[in-house]
Design a protein around this ligand. Structure first.
Ligand code: MN
Length: 201
């Protein structure tokens, strides 16, 4: 069995002006496609062909770098595209909003802490909002690791993930990762994040 790249759930231009069309085309069509292709190459003829991405995440610490990085890359990007949507952003609602206020004090404090996690991740990686033992936490991972991996410093169930690799923002924001992390709130799909929260808590 080989992995395949799903189409985006919206158009490449749908997140304009916050994430530009060219970035989305290259990010999904080239970068994500490459993770899928390289994952398929790395697992060809091995037992990993029978495994799901969740199973690969769970044993990431004891598998080859090629399977860990490309399996993580495929999982993370699939999760990222669904974390975003056109005509979204705004404020979370319901019990997710309550949980954010309880964990971080306010929505603004949550955003500041999340942006800080993304800004301080040296080099390439991801910022995450996770559910850990029923509570919300913010963390970050290097490269294409994620909090579902056995080797993650902070483990939990991700409900929001933001890619902070330069390829996610460089064309529009150049070196200004903080500006990208500020703009991303305009396109976060809080309905999806709430759905994940309710499934995970
Ligand atoms: Mn990426």
């Amino acid at each position: 069995m080989s992995f395949t790249l799903a189409s985006l759930p919206y158009g490449y231009d749908a997140l304009e002006p916050h994430i530009d069309t060219t970035t989305m085309q290259i990010h999904h069509g080239k970068h994500h496609q490459a993770y899928v292709d390289n994952l398929n190459k790395a697992i060809a003829g091995t037992d990993y062909e029978q495994k799901t991405l969740d199973q690969i995440n769970a044993i990431a610490g004891s598998i080859s770098a090629a399977v860990r990085n490309n399996g993580g890359g495929h999982w993370n990007h699939s999760f990222f595209w669904e974390s975003l949507a056109p005509n979204s952003g705004g404020l979370p609602s319901g019990n997710l909003a309550d949980a954010i206020n309880t964990a971080f004090g306010s929505f603004d404090e949550f955003k500041a802490k999340f942006a800080n996690a993304g800004a301080t991740r040296f080099g390439s990686g991801w910022a995450w909002l996770i559910v850990k033992e029923g509570k919300l936490e913010i963390c970050s991972t290097p490269n294409q690791d994620n909090p579902l991996m056995d080797i993650a410093e902070t483990k939990g169930t991700p409900i929001l993930g933001v890619d902070v690799w330069e390829h996610a923002y460089y064309l529009k924001y150049q070196n200004k990762r903080a500006d990208y992390l500020s703009a991303i709130w305009n396109v976060v799909n809080w309905n999806k994040v709430a759905e994940r929260y309710n499934a995970a808590k």
